[in-house]
Design a protein around this ligand. Structure first.
Ligand code: DGL
Length: 279
C-alpha cells in the first residue's frame, strides 16, 4: 500500500547536515533540468558517532518527509546514512510505505569507480567513525573486487572542522596530517583513497597536501552524479516521475538563517530555506 498520493515530484537529496551539498552541486551541474529538494537534518547532526538504530530512525524520518514533498526518488547523500540505514529502508520499509519509490545511496557508485583507478588494489577509506565501523565499504568492495585489500581510518575531527568553518585554518592541517598518516601507516602501497564522507571535499586541498605523491583522493560528487544519470536512463519509469522545472528548494531542521549562511560555503550562492520538523 502506497501511503503517498503524488505521482511526480522533485528528486530528494538528504544529508545529516551540509555535507550532501557537495553531492547536490555535482548532480545539479550534470542535470540542471530536474527539480530538487535538499534536506539537512542540521539540528541532529552529526550522525557519524550515532548508533545504527538512531541513524536508521532519523534517516527513515527524513526519507518519509521527502516522500511527503512528492519525491519519487531520494538520494542518501550521506555515507553514514547510506552505511547504516539504506539497506533496511530498501528491503523493509519501501515495500510497505512506498513500493513504487526509490532510495539510493552513495557507497555503491563510489566503489564501482575503483576498478578504473587503482593499480595496486590497496584501497584506503576515510570516513566518519560510523561509516568505518559499519564495514560497509569493505563489504561492498569485496562484492565487486574480491582481490582488493581495504584499509579504513575514522576521521572524527574532520566534520566538526568543516561545520565550524575551520577547514582552511592552520589548525585543520594538524588533523588532516594525523589521520592520513595513520591510514598510510596501515599500508604504504595504498594508491587510492576514498573520501567516504560528503564533508571531506572541502578539505581536499589539505588532503592532497598530506597524501604521498601519486596517491589519488577519490571525491564522490561526480561519481554519484554520473551514476544517478545512468540510473535515470535505465529506469524510465522513475525518470518520468521526476519533474523538470530546474528548481531547487532547501529544508533544514535547524534555523534557516544558519543554514543559508553555512550553505553558501558549499554552494557559493544564496539559497531559499525553510525549517521543518522530523519525527
Ligand atoms: N556527511 C556525513 C557523511 O557523509 C557525515 C556527517 C555526520 O557525521 O553527520 O557521512
Amino acid at each position: 500500500m502506497n501511503r503517498y498520493n503524488q505521482h511526480a515530484g522533485p528528486i530528494g537529496i538528504f544529508d545529516s547536515g551540509y555535507g550532501g551539498l557537495t553531492i547536490l552541486e555535482n548532480i545539479r551541474q550534470l542535470m540542471p533540468e530536474y527539480d530538487y529538494i535538499y534536506l539537512g537534518d542540521n539540528a541532529r547532526t552529526p550522525y557519524g558517532t550515532r548508533s545504527f538504530e538512531i541513524v536508521y530512525e532519523f534517516t527513515l524520518q527524513a526519507v518519509s518527509k521527502l516522500f511527503e514533498y512528492g519525491c519519487q526518488l531520494v538520494i542518501l547523500a550521506c555515507n553514514t546514512a547510506s552505511a547504516k540505514a539504506l539497506r533496511s529502508i530498501q528491503q523493509n520499509d519501501l515495500p510497505v510505505i512506498a513500493p513504487d519509490r526509490r532510495v539510493l545511496g552513495v557507497i555503491r557508485p563510489t566503489v564501482e569507480a575503483l576498478g578504473n583507478i587503482t593499480h595496486t588494489g590497496k584501497i584506503g577509506i576515510l570516513g566518519t567513525t560510523g561509516t568505518i565501523q559499519s564495514y560497509s565499504y569493505p563489504l561492498e568492495i569485496k562484492k565487486l573486487y574480491p582481490q582488493y585489500e581495504v584499509f579504513g581510518e575514522a576521521c572524527p575531527m574532520w566534520v566538526p572542522l568543516v561545520e565550524n568553518n575551520e577547514h582552511r585554518s592552520p589548525g585543520a592541517d594538524y588533523f588532516v596530517h594525523q589521520y592520513i598518516n595513520r591510514l598510510m601507516m596501515q599500508c604504504p602501497d595504498i594508491d587510492t583513497v576514498i573520501l567516504g564522507c560528503t564533508h571531506y571535499p572541502l578539505l581536499l586541498d589539505k588532503i592532497k597536501k598530506y597524501l604521498p605523491e601519486g596517491v589519488i583522493p577519490l571525491s564522490q560528487g561526480n561519481l554519484v552524479a554520473d551514476s544517478l544519470k545512468d540510473y535515470l536512463h535505465r529506469h524510465p519509469e522513475i525518470e518520468k516521475r521526476c519533474t523538470k522545472n530546474a528548481s531547487c528548494r532547501f529544508l533544514t531542521t535547524e534555523s534557516p538563517q544558519k543554514f543559508s549562511a553555512a550553505a553558501s560555503l558549499f554552494l557559493h550562492e544564496a539559497v531559499d530555506v525553510s525549517r521543518i520538523v522530523l519525527e
